[in-house]
Design a protein around this ligand. Structure first.
Ligand SMILES: Cc1ncc(COP(=O)(O)O)c(C=O)c1O
Length: 367
């Protein structure tokens, strides 16, 4: 039986040739290809500047430091995300404050943010989870009213947009090029911004706070990207529109044919890039995950890989519990028991899609 994987990088001769050209050039560490990748990525997002870094986590860290976020500050973010979002805030020395999400799009609920603001709140990190843009009109209006920085965690949302405006152009954008993402460099990240001074600070922090060779003027670290990664990134970026369209076509097929599960919604005017295609499988008992777990076991047996993004909300992670987080965030907690991601990646064949639909629709939904 052919296994249908939950994700698969989409690479071809262009990426292979680009890597070989770097190896032959002798310039492996950050150089001209990194600069070219930054320029091409900034153009894709419709922003003035992009700064390449070694991971999405690094992008978040550098963006936080470049915005001056540090000890004593609070940063509002989503509890329903990969822990990297909040971990970056902790590593910057600040405190993540979690605001519950909406089950319509899995993203932070802007109507709940104001209640969590304090005089220490310095920034908001909305996360465009699974490739669906957050409600950026509401979030940017609130941020302007309260003079807060907006750092978009767009690690799962390359090319996603609200109307004509790409994510990563509303505030400072942070992207990941981890191997499973919509485009990859194996590991890598990017910060996008329309603020040239912020970009300059990010470039300095990325390279040990150096403003000139061996002259450190601020706290920094090694967050540099390699030329090999940038060369792969340039080839991948050229494929991005097509890869996103394939994901969207796969998602459309699944949503048209799946039965017995709650399929993901796309808010009017949004361009969802389906980094994940995540359905909800509610259990008869609202505190249980049996229905979801039963379905995932059946799909695994049918050779279809699935994943749970995420089985615990961030504030429920043991480490965050140890830090004293005891919030009750009911929507995020319920979603963690209901969600199941199905394969949606661009390498799926029509036959794969039919198999996924048949396996889901044939599974009894009792728990
Ligand atoms: C929402 C989110 N934020 C941050 C990250 C961190 O990115 P990276 O793994 O490149 O450090 C990821 C990806 O893994 C992510 O999905």
């Amino acid at each position: 039986m052919k296994i249908i994987p939950i994700s698969r990088p989409f690479l071809g001769d262009e990426e292979k040739d680009a890597v070989l050209a770097v190896l032959e050039s002798g310039q492996l560490a950050q150089g001209p290809r990194v600069r070219q990748f930054e320029e091409a990525f900034a153009a894709m997002c419709g922003v003035q500047e992009a700064v390449a870094v070694s991971s999405g986590t690094g992008a978040l860290m550098v963006a936080l430091l470049a915005h001056g976020v540090g000890p004593g500050d609070e940063v509002i973010t989503s509890p329903f995300t990969f822990a990297a979002t909040a971990n970056a805030v902790l590593f910057a020395g600040a405190r993540p404050v979690f605001v519950d999400v909406s089950d319509a799009d899995f993203n932070i609920d802007p109507s709940l943010i104001e209640a969590k603001l304090t005089p220490r709140t310095k920034a908001l990190i909305p996360v465009h989870l699974f490739g669906h843009p957050c409600d950026m009109a509401a979030i940017t209006a609130l941020a302007e009213r309260h003079h807060l920085a907006v750092i978009e965690d767009a690690c799962q949302a390359h090319g996603a947009a609200v109307g004509e405006r790409k994510v990563g152009s509303f505030g400072s954008g942070c992207f990941s090029f981890y191997a499973t993402k919509n485009i990859t460099t194996a590991e890598g990240g990017m910060i996008t911004t329309n603020d040239p001074q912020l970009a300059e600070r990010a470039r300095i922090i990325r390279d040990h706070g150096q403003t000139a060779r061996y002259r450190a003027e601020t706290k920094g670290y090694n967050f540099r990207l390699t030329e090999i990664a940038a060369a792969i990134g340039l080839a991948q970026l050229a494929r991005l529109p097509e890869l996103n369209e394939r994901r969207r076509a796969n998602a459309r097929y699944l949503s048209q044919h799946l039965q017995g599960v709650i399929t993901p919604a796309e808010r009017a005017g949004c361009y969802h890039v389906y980094h994940q295609y995540t359905v909800r499988v509610p259990s008869p008992r609202p505190d249980g995950s049996q229905a979801r777990d039963t379905l995932s076991t059946r799909l695994e047996r049918a050779g279809i890989q699935t994943a749970v993004h995420y089985p615990l909300a961030v504030h429920q992670q043991p480490y965050y519990r140890d830090l004293g987080y005891s919030d009750s965030l009911p929507v995020a907690e319920r979603l963690s028991r209901e969600v199941l991601s199905l394969p949606v990646h661009p390498a799926l064949t029509p036959d794969d899609l039919e198999r996924i639909v048949a396996a889901v629709n044939e599974s009894p939904r009792e728990a």
